[in-house]
Ligand binder design. Sequence first.
Ligand code: GLN
Length: 294
Amino acid sequence: MTVLQLYQTAYQTILQNAQEPGSCAFDLSCLLELVFGFDRFHLPSCGSREASPAQAEQFQALCARYLSGEPLQYLLGEWEFFGLPFAVGEGVLIPRPDTETLVETGLSLLRGTASPIIADLCAGSGCVGIALASQRPDATVYALERSEQAFGYLQTNIEKNHAQGVRALLGDALSPPVLPPLDCVVSNPPYIPRCEMETLQPQVKHEPRMALFGGEDGYDFYRALPALYLPRLKPGGTIAFEVGYNQAEQVSNLLAAAGYIGVGVEHDLGGIARVVYGRKPLDSPTPIRTKSHA
Ligand code: GLN
């Protein structure tokens, strides 16, 4: 069979069966490129090539997995975030464009701070911390992740991006390990409330529940982390969270209640209030110092 025939058959099957046909052509083109080395725009010139049986089988198997609802990003094994490549697959949250707003906010909060010490909590693939480090080679980023499966991707992505300033730590953001005093905490924690877990797109249901489910009302991490990390921040240090589409106001209140000042919100490209940040007052006590970093 030629590549064009394989593509057309797959495209028709997917169009007839997909739940969201909107992105099918793009998605299928990505799978085409993965297996044959060229995308759908090259079909007129390259489509008449004969596919080897192994390639045909690989392409058809990927299309079947796609139809069964596996995220395209998992099938490709790699996805771009902030212009950088990230290894992804079963067990790790796929980096979203919305989360680039968190990186931008972190960068602007750190402007003027030399050699900043940063903690990226619930780091997952490491996309936030690694993107920050790519723009701030003088930074040290502690990327903390609880899931062993996600931690594997985090380590891979640090290597893949030559992110020398990023240190992967296996551990729970809610019982933090020993860290030096921090200039900035960034986090895209799980924030989906129970009532929305069932209504997630089928592809999202393939992603780790641990990375999505934020407790009954979705606010478990926003209630705990601000108070937990205030003593770990330097005076004047900052904290920034990604939040769900309707959570900015309540998270702002939680930050203010925990003692942060200058609380503000940044919007994503879709116009949604996506990041909430705040600053530790300058007259706050100095951070907890620990033996290993004193
Ligand atoms: N942005 C993700 C989603 O809407 C959720 C990520 C998270 O819970 N931090 O699916």
